[in-house]
Design a binder for this molecule. Structure first.
Ligand code: DLL
Length: 432
């Protein structure tokens, strides 16, 4: 079902005209209401009137996470505090969180954005949705929650954690949609196995996963273990939360809510805008947000945009699954490595995974990468030769893809830490 065909099936020329209309308004409001944007535009020598076409946006300065930090907590708001009805925050690895705020209109728009993506993935009014994202300052749970209610689905706001209870209620309450991070979905599948619950004992149809990266291999594992269609959706707090883009049931890329968010791809080194089709860093501009308008926000996420027609009938531009963040690219012995490349290799080897961790250290002034991955079957531990052969084969496959020799540590099943939220895959203990 296409939730809002007017916007999701709009012809490109009409969409661009609509985007330009909203963009002009957003740029003008940001300049007039947010001191940071006024200062940044003045410094770059641009005025809102200079934006005459969508392409003119390239002359406007980027916004970054540090701008929100420097204006903590409410300095970037474009409305009086009186008009704010919700506040969220995303926790950074260091310092204060990034605070974001929404007006009533923003919350309605957010629900609309989410309802479209949920419907695109195959969610319907008749579904019972188990939200296993942590409720709280994280935008994931409430973002999906309101979108599901707008669609008319029944919501179980169970939150993350207490996994055995999740499985029990999943069966008893007849959950048909599962909402979580991909890594938590895998963990739930593992606990299900321990409890002797099979995919035939549950009623899940579709998973809507997001909040962290994944790979085809990881999604295929989730589909197999839970017996569902595993879809992915993408977003970030600074722009809205979840709701920027998501898979339709065809699962070839993520449809962008283009009337709400304007996407550009830039070369992360030079900042230059790249043509549609090329891979680079995603830069997003909000088109209809009141509380916290954002102009050219550098997401750090690497992807590609494309316009090919989708069999689902939507005409919106799509983005490829995020292949990594420009800041999570590891440079190991001079070789550029994305954790997602390693994940893709590991997921293709049946005897191991899907839980893994990448540990970086320094030895003799040189970077060392140890790939720790669990065996699926612990009986292998008793056969040294088999273990050794498997380890060599994993090492060889990684070398073929990465061009890098790494250590492989095969671990007993269930030894690596599990998380109910976003997984931490990289432990970087290198001497700086
Ligand atoms: O993670 C919003 C969200 C929640 C999206 C739930 C989808 C589902 P933040 O906590 O601000 O917001 O983190 C945003 O997470 O810049 C990406 O690096 C990463 N991310 C989110 N979704 C995906 C995804 C939410 N589907 C940051 N694939 C983003 C890859 C993702 N990375």
């Amino acid at each position: 079902m296409i939730f809002n065909p007017t916007y999701e099936c709009m012809e490109r020329s009409d969409m661009e005209a609509l985007q330009l209309f909203h963009l002009k308004e957003t740029v003008r409001r940001a300049y007039e209401k947010v001191p940071h944007f006024k200062m940044a535009f003045d410094e770059a020598g641009v005025k809102p009137e200079d934006l005459k076409t969508l392409a003119d946006l390239k002359n406007f300065p980027f916004a970054r996470k540090k701008d929100l930090r420097e204006n903590y907590p409410y300095g970037m708001l474009a409305v009086p505090m009186d008009d704010i009805v919700r506040i969220h925050a995303s926790s950074g690895t260091t310092g204060k969180p990034t605070v974001v705020a929404y007006t009533k209109h923003d919350l309605e728009m957010w629900s609309e954005a989410m309802a479209r993506l949920i419907a695109a993935a195959g969610g319907t009014k008749g579904d019972i949705a188990q939200i296993s994202f942590g409720y709280g300052l994280f935008t994931g749970a409430l973002g999906l929650h309101y979108g599901l209610e707008k669609l008319g689905a029944a919501v179980i706001p169970i939150s993350a954690g207490n996994t055995e209870k999740q499985i029990m209620l999943m069966q008893d309450l007849w959950s048909t949609l599962l909402i979580s991070t991909p890594s938590y979905a895998l963990y739930m599948a593992e606990v299900m196995e321990e409890m002797g619950v099979t995919k035939d004992d549950i009623h899940l149809r579709v998973g809507l996963f997001g909040g962290e990266g994944s790979t085809d291999g990881m999604m295929a594992k989730i589909e197999e273990k839970l017996g569902i269609l595993a879809t992915e959706n993408y977003g970030l707090s600074e722009i809205i939360g979840p709701g920027v883009s998501g898979n339709c049931y065809v699962k070839e890329g993520l449809h962008i809510n283009e009337d709400l968010f304007y996407a550009e791809i830039i070369d992360p080194e030079t900042g230059e805008v790249l043509p549609v089709g090329e891979t680079g860093e995603l830069v997003l501009t909000t088109l209809q947000k009141e509380g916290l308008p954002m102009i050219r926000y550098r997401t750090g996420d690497l992807t590609r945009l494309y316009d090919d027609p989708c069999p689902c009938g939507r005409k919106t531009r799509r983005m490829e699954r995020v292949k990594g963040r420009s800041d999570d690219m590891l440079i190991i012995k001079g070789v550029n490595v994305f954790p997602s490349q390693i994940e893709e290799v590991l997921m293709g080897i049946p005897a191991i995974g899907p839980h893994y961790q990448l540990v970086l250290t320094t030895k003799n002034y040189t970077d060392q990468l140890e790939v720790q991955v669990e065996l699926t079957d612990d009986s292998l531990l008793d056969d040294f030769q088999k273990l050794e052969n498997l380890s060599r084969s994993v090492q060889h496959k990684l070398h073929t893809v990465l061009g890098l020799t790494c250590q492989v540590r095969l671990m007993e099943p269930k030894t690596l830490a599990r998380t109910a939220g976003k997984a931490k895959r990289v432990v970087d203990n290198r001497v700086k």
